[in-house]
Design a protein around this ligand. Sequence first.
Ligand SMILES: Nc1ncnc2c1ncn2[C@@H]1O[C@H](COP(=O)(O)OP(=O)(O)OP(=O)(O)O)[C@@H](O)[C@H]1O
Ligand SMILES: [Mg+2]
Length: 304
Amino acid sequence: MNISGEVIREFETGLDPGNLGNSTIPADVLGYGEISTVFRIGDDKDYAYKRMPLFSSIESAEKYTKDYRTYCKHLSQAGLHLPDDDTTIIASSGRQVVLYIIQKQLPPERFAHKLLHSLIDDEIAQMIKAITRTIKKINSFNDTHRLNLEIALDGQLSNWVLLEDGSLLYVDTSTPLFRVNGEEQLDPELFLKSAPSFLRWIIRWLFLEDVMNRYYDKRQVYIDLVANLYKEQRSDLVPLVIEIINREDSAGMEPLTEKEVKKYYSEDKLIWTLFLAFRRLDRWIKAKILRKRYELILPGKIKR
Ligand SMILES: Nc1ncnc2c1ncn2[C@@H]1O[C@H](COP(=O)(O)OP(=O)(O)OP(=O)(O)O)[C@@H](O)[C@H]1O
Ligand SMILES: [Mg+2]
């Protein structure tokens, strides 16, 4: 990939996270994550820039980059297709160190959560089948490595891109989740650092206890994927998608049921709604009362 570090540095220096319109280089947000924001910079149609303002030192950003590369390598070895990518670290004095993960920009309308609204049900069924088969590959990969190496992924629909030519790409590589000899390689404290102290308990609860582990559990990954259909206003597809997953991947797994997916969705919805509300409060305190720079970029109202 031929990325100009200068452009990213200029973008980062002129970025106003509280008001993107004030930034010196115009940018659109392609997507919001829990810890990253995905940008299109200027009129660049080639690359998507994932900004992660998480690091207190260049060393920790470098360690993260190394883990990120290892994670991508494992995903590819498992048989997943990833978009071309690159990384850059931007350190400016007095600010958090920022890691940018740059990916080939993919057409927004080809993301699986968008295709739910444009494909016919038969095509959606094919797409779900392809996603299920890919998630199965992660499991086979983990099985061959026993417990020496386990990789995890986030199966959410917004992480998959089905291109016109039928190829399926996985884009959410920015959280390198893998265990070596049973030990998690991703430092959860990294996520805590980026949060204000009054938020830490909820993140600790989310990331340390539940969220991080659940990505290693195939059944949980599927439940999360099906629960997405509620958020995307396609709950009518829940029975079909459950049936496909149960048919395609029954190995070592109790069949999924609609009831548990519903229950999971209502709990998950509460967690993230609360989390976002707290972050907005924190931004407000920092910006309006303490008059400090707030690094993260928050989404507007999300329909759930
Ligand atoms: N390569 C890309 N091209 C175009 N849009 C993208 C690309 N990658 C991500 N996006 C958009 O941004 C959204 C979020 O991206 P992604 O899933 O990679 O990060 P995330 O969910 O924010 O990850 P995390 O929660 O771990 O920070 C995607 O659902 C998609 O809408
Ligand atoms: Mg994602």
